[in-house]
Design a protein around this ligand. Sequence first.
Ligand SMILES: [Zn+2]
Length: 249
Amino acid sequence: MLCLKTERTKKAKAPVCIACGEATTNGRYVTGVGYICNQCYGQKSYDFSDFSEKGKPGKLASFGFEVEVDPCLSKHYTLLKHGFVPTYDGSVEMEFKSPIYYSKSGLQIVLDTMSIFASDIVSTHIHFECVDKDLAISNWKPIWIPIANYLYEREDLTRKIFGRFFSSRWCSKYVTIDERYTAFNIATKYDTWELRLPRFRSPDQFSKLIDWGRRVSQRLTLTDPDKARMGIIRDFNKIFGTEVPIDLH
Ligand SMILES: [Zn+2]
């Protein structure tokens, strides 16, 4: 009898995981974040694709992002409260992958959370839905080469908007259709394209990048690459308040 009573008391006291809500003793307390069960805490493989979805499909492209962080710190585990998944990739030590967002609703609290540890974020790649990937691939180079060249010549502007500059290894200015580590990447496994250049600096900066990227997805459905590029630059100027020449080539 005494034994049963102890058992029951133990169970009632099991802490609740901040991510999945399960009460279990199989986990750990993460400083400044809370209790996380081992299942949620463990890093998943980079190919993990069972993401939760937020919002309902609408006119604009869905999106999701990866937050690459300094693994020595713990604050970023707060993202687990918002449906993020910790993953491991050979190229980086730790990356948190967001749910798939169909709208920006529910995003503000996540961006506010990220601003708490903004200085520990290494990069923040954003994936956007791409409805006609074949078309996007065939137009990729004429669309992006002039834009990438323009930004590459303007480091201050690029840093201001994207939060960092091109790097030859993980985020090159080279525009290609089959290389993944490029600033504007179409070599993704899904019907998406990826903006690899961003580094999160503030909720406002990041929110604007999402707005622009979703518009880019719409422009990618145009058959004429010149028209698509001009539209992309027009949207860029409108959203970021810049004066990039529309007729870049
Ligand atoms: Zn859990």
